[in-house]
Design a protein. Structure first.
Length: 424
């Protein structure tokens, strides 16, 4: 019987699950929308219902007896306070929620060491500080570990990637002393392990609920962003992954950590390697301000990507950029406008490709390795004209992406955990 592992991704719109074999091939997958259960993406009950539904659907198409391990990923920086039994005590603060308490933010700014990702807004540590005074609180958990805690019964753990924005020192591998000086109760912080470490097994109730063996390992997962990187198959130093979604995000696998808070750059730890990157305010959202998606597809077919328009665009929706230029007042540059719509779109695509190249160059300036290859994910990766323009600008190999499902990256961590435990 071929052993299988399961990766679960709980995101802003729903839950996805992937069953993976030891050779990384996919044995099955499922997806369930959150709005099936609730219109409120903050509702932990909806997260859990979506996970249950996705897991049940996945297991209907595979042999549950062959499952050896399960891991979960969630949105980075989404936290919730819980009591000793793991029951939520308040509405979670999501990955993009900012804490408005200037006193908390000032304390963190004063005490935090310069490289700490707790500086990066919205700070996970600020959210934890806000929650810590609730009556009956036993822990502040990341979304990933409240979800996996429902599987294992453990509500006291996190991983190095999720803990990063809460102030965890990934180089020293500990919670630094300055966190207490900033006013945070250290006893409420989780024990931190490496992604891929086994943290427990399914509770008997969960094993019976899903019809799974009782010795299925529950493995430490990661953030959704790290899971998406792992899913692509990028494993070598210098491998880059560009996400062409509503924004433009780049990440590169490095042999050393890179930190530059003013650019919003910090590094996640992946074993003995580091995942560094940044996000531009440019991207697909800017394109759709000018053309509907159907028109973008139509115009792209008329673009000759081997020639240059000669226009020097910096496509932004509004003034302000974070990476690769840190300037909150940087204005959009989208003039002069060609008479032909295809040329206008082409100039914007060229501008975004130039931003991508500048981004990888900025990371190299800060100490990251030179880019050796790129894998592309997101809706823009399907645009052949944009791809050809980007290849010309970057001058490196564009490699196929194994999967664009974050759950597949998390399944890879489940495989790692199963191998460590001698289960697969």
């Amino acid at each position: 019987m071929m052993p299988l592992v399961i990766g679960i991704d709980i995101g802003t719109s729903g839950a996805r699950a992937v069953a993976m074999r030891p050779d990384f091939s996919i044995a099955g997958q499922s997806a369930v929308r959150l709005d099936t259960f609730s219109q409120d993406p903050r509702a932990p009950s909806a997260w859990w219902q979506a996970v249950q539904a996705a897991l049940t659907e996945l297991l209907s198409g595979i042999d549950g007896a062959s499952v050896r391990a399960i891991a979960v990923d969630g949105t980075s920086g989404t936290l919730l306070p819980v009591d000793a039994a793991g029951r939520p005590l308040a509405e979670p603060l999501m990955y993009n929620d900012k804490v408005a308490d200037d006193g908390i933010l000032a304390e963190i700014a004063r005490e935090a060491t310069e490289p700490s990702a707790a500086h990066v807004a919205p700070s996970g540590l600020a959210k934890a500080c806000l929650f810590q005074h609730l009556p009956g609180i036993a822990a502040v958990l990341h979304q990933t570990y409240w979800t996996s805690g429902n599987l294992s019964g453990r509500f006291d753990v996190s991983d190095e990637n999720n803990a990063l924005k809460s102030g965890y020192d990934v180089e020293a591998r500990r919670w630094p002393d300055w966190i207490a000086a900033a006013g945070m109760r250290m006893d409420l912080l989780p024990r931190v392990v490496e992604p891929g470490d086994v943290t427990g097994t399914l509770t008997p109730a969960m094993a019976d609920l899903f019809g799974l063996p009782r010795d299925v390992a529950v493995v430490a997962g990661t953030t959704d962003g790290c899971a998406s990187f792992l899913a692509t198959g990028a494993t070598a130093i210098g491998d880059g992954v560009t996400a062409l979604g509503s924004s433009l995000t780049i990440k590169i696998l490095s042999d050393r950590p890179i930190s530059a808070p003013r650019f919003g750059i910090y590094s996640h730890r992946l074993g003995d390697t580091w995942l560094a990157g940044g996000a531009s305010n440019s991207g697909g959202k800017v394109l759709t301000q000018h053309f509907p998606l159907a028109r973008i597809i139509e115009l792209s077919a008329a673009i000759d990507p081997t020639t240059e328009t000669g226009l020097d665009y910096y496509p932004l929706g509004t003034a302000g950029e974070r990476f690769p230029i840190a300037d909150p007042a940087l204005p959009p540059r989208l003039t002069p406008r060609p008479a032909d719509d295809a040329d206008y779109l082409k100039a914007m695509l060229e501008g975004m490709a130039a931003i991508e190249a500048l981004g990888y160059g900025r990371l190299a300036e800060l100490g990251a390795p030179a880019l050796t290859s790129v894998r592309s994910v997101g809706g823009g990766a399907a645009n052949p004209a944009w791809t050809a323009i980007r290849q010309r600008k970057l001058g490196v190999d564009f490699l196929p992406t194994l999967s664009d499902e974050a759950a597949a990256g998390t399944a890879r961590l489940a495989l790692k955990g199963a191998a460590k435990a001698g289960l697969a």
